[in-house]
Design a protein. Structure first.
Ligand code: NAP
Length: 469
């Protein structure tokens, strides 16, 4: 019941089909239900990070905070009468295709711990790829004396005032947490393995002025135009500026084409401007891979101001182990801390968070291994009547937004369901050769883009072998 599941529910309801939405959480919103860490906000503009068919004139900030998004999902669920179709606090344990009956058996465990099998003709897996927290494998993690938790599991009643706080990971989540808590904690140590490129964005924390909200509500087409202007530029020629130009010369191997080199200069200027008085920090924050090669983060200056605070330390030295009193880096330094937050991301490449068995007893994770793939990111050979939302190859590195993708993925699923139901067929399944052709082309294209650049060692776009999937 995150953004894609709600959308699928709306479309199924409009088609007059019976459906059930299963969700492990106690309410709607998926990742926005779970991620409540201090500073959590969307880093894609709110006026496009919402359903195209719902008004988008109500956001109080250009990049709204998690609670506002959660309220939005609750409102949409109630508006479309989906609540009666939802079963919350219900965890899916296994999903198995029954070839004889041509149906899926969905095994679930309800809030009281009882198991049940739900029979379904079609399954839409809308679990996204941000729902399985990835904890690092660091020696001694379980010996730490204080509270320690993943960013997506921030304890509701945690009092961090006057603590010596460690943040491991400074990707999209850590980047938002640090500036938000730096003024509250006694000391903040940020352990960042890879430096991040940062896009200057002066309105990142800005409120939408009343006049603009008025314009969205009253000026014909203004709101639609705004959404279009946020979405379209990245969709058109966008990907070309990410392509590796074999003729591009960069002695330092830190840009992939002329436009990418210009972006690098622009982003470097911003870093130098922000840290003009702290050359020691500049050394620590400049990435050693091409701009845009990992998911770029937004900043209005708050990240760099946070790093400059006297009670904040950015540590780029690798972590060796965790001991009861804190964190020891590979150079032997002990950082004594009272609490640790692991902002270390999610197990992106599992895509489907439960065991799934398709035709002929084939396991989905077994079939995928470390290279998950799906035709258009949606359908998988051997898995009839299954549709994935935010599946393999649909992770966004630039432009548009997940809502935009989800609306097309859901449209594709509804079209396929319609074909099955109106043709008298039992099931629909992508042909292996069609899937393979699509996947080969996707891999070929992605290998020529900046995200595959060999200087990028760790990235959630890459699998453990360093391949972008
Ligand atoms: P992430 O971007 O994958 O960042 C994880 C961080 O943890 C990185 O700094 C990573 O370092 C570090 N890390 C991981 N394993 C480590 C280890 N073993 N030792 C040391 N450091 C380690 O994860 P995230 O910040 O949770 O964000 C995940 C995704 O969620 C984003 O890409 C985005 O799609 C979404 N998100 C969106 C928003 C938003 O819209 N506002 C906010 C938060 C998250 P490396 O860089 O070296 O791997």
């Amino acid at each position: 019941c995150g953004l894609s599941g709600i959308l699928a529910g709306i479309r199924l309801s409009q088609a007059g089909l019976p459906f059930t939405i299963l969700d492990k959480n106690a309410g709607p919103g998926g990742t926005w239900w779970e991620n409540r860490y201090p500073g959590a906000r969307v880093d894609v503009g709110s006026h496009q990070y919402c359903y195209s068919f719902e008004p988008s004139d109500h956001w109080s900030e250009y990049y709204c905070q998690h609670s506002e998004l959660r309220d939005y999902f609750i409102r949409v669920v109630d508006k479309y009468g989906l609540r009666e179709h939802c079963r919350f606090e219900t965890t899916i344990t296994a999903v198995t295709w029954d070839d004889e009956q041509g149906r899926w058996h969905v095994e679930v465990e309800g809030p009281d711990g009882t198991s049940e099998v739900i029979d379904a003709r079609f399954v839409v897996s809308a679990v996204g790829s941000l729902n399985l927290p990835r904890m690092p494998d660091i020696e001694g993690m379980d010996t730490f004396d204080g509270p320690s938790f993943h960013s997506a599991r921030w304890p509701e009643d945690l009092d961090i005032s006057d603590t010596r706080f460690a943040l491991i990971g400074a990707g999209a989540s850590g980047f938002q947490i640090a500036p938000t808590i730096a003024g509250e904690v006694e000391h903040l140590t940020i352990f960042q393995r890879t430096a991040q490129w940062v896009l200057p964005n002066p309105i990142y924390h800005a409120k939408v002025p009343d006049g603009e909200t008025w314009a969205m509500r009253h000026l014909p087409f203004y709101g639609r135009w705004l959404r279009f202007m946020m979405t379209q530029p990245g969709l058109g020629s966008g990907v070309e500026s990410f392509r590796i130009d074999p003729d591009h010369v960069d002695p330092h191997n830190q840009s992939v084409n002329a436009a990418n080199a210009a972006s690098r200069d622009l982003l470097l200027d911003w870093m130098h401007e922000q840290l003009a008085d702290r050359p020691d920090l500049i050394e620590k924050v400049v990435p050693d891979y091409p701009a845009m090669g990992k998911r770029v983060l937004q900043d209005n200056g708050s990240w760099f101001q946070c790093l400059k605070r006297p009670n904040v330390e950015l540590v780029r030295t690798g972590i060796d182990r965790i001991v009861p009193e804190g964190i020891v880096t590979v150079d032997g330094t002990l950082y004594s801390v009272d609490a640790i937050c692991y902002a270390t991301g999610f197990r992106h490449n599992e895509f489907v968070a439960f065991d799934m068995t398709g035709r002929g007893g084939v396991s989905l994770h077994g079939q995928w291994g470390d290279e998950p793939s799906a035709y258009l990111g949606i359908t998988v050979p051997n898995f009839p009547n299954l549709f994935l939302c935010y599946g393999p190859g649909t992770n966004l590195a630039h432009s548009a937004g997940l809502f935009f993708h989800a609306e097309y993925q859901t449209m594709h699923a509804m079209d396929a369901i319609h074909r099955v139901l109106t043709s008298g067929a039992r099931a629909i399944e992508v042909r292996q050769d069609v899937h393979d052709r699509y996947t080969d082309e996707l891999v070929r294209q992605i290998s020529s883009l900046v995200w595959a650049h060999p200087t990028i060692q760790h990235s959630h776009y890459k699998n453990p072998d360093g391949k972008v999937y």
